[in-house]
Design a protein. Sequence first.
Length: 256
Amino acid sequence: MDAARRPTTAVGHAAASQQPPSVCCLLPSGEICVAQEPTHQLLILTLSGELRNVVDVEGSLLSFPTGLACDARFLYVTDGMRDRVHQLSIRDGFRPHACSFRTGNGRDGMYYPHGSCLLSLQPGAPPTLFVADWGNHRIVALDTSSDLDVLYSFGQKGRGAGQLMYPRGVAALPDSKLLVSDTDNNRLQIASADGTFLRCIGGLRQPYAAVGVPGNGLTFVATMSGRLCMVALEGSQGRLLNAVDGSTIETMAIEE
């Protein structure tokens, strides 16, 4: 494990006020939940930017929130520094409901987890939470109907097809597929929900997070260099976008 790559100290609130948020998600209420890594807090904002609430999980026991996902009942917060996921009840004012506590590289452990997504594998069943387990180079599936028990995981450290190097994000695609930001391999990987490798999409420098657009096969990808790219999952070209107005800066070749 490359321990030097993981944050080891917390940043004070004064310094954090000058830093951008890490991740965000849209809540069922139509409000936005924003996670700020340095302050270890969740901000609840209206679409116009008005601050509605500041959530401190379990008395500030949240440390470096690195991922968010939600359904109609719960908000799932990836706690990067403490190697866990918090399940918060939205209806009860974001009160803690369950938490995964395991740390390490065993079957049930995680090491500096990052982005997450929810995917329903069966009609009517509770969704499964998929988490990018950064330090263990894999994707972990958690059971949201229990105390976030580990169902299974897939991926291992490496450069080959189906292998991962410090993945930072995972997103749900149509037809129960997953899009993994394989960050240090400079590519995206598409896999089935059971972890079966389907396709690599290369030519992206350190993709950090991705979100698919339903119905048209397009995916927006944020990179560690601060770029925003638009990629057609079935095509051979992508576009580097201006993050301010969305205009095309250049066309990229997509590698298989």
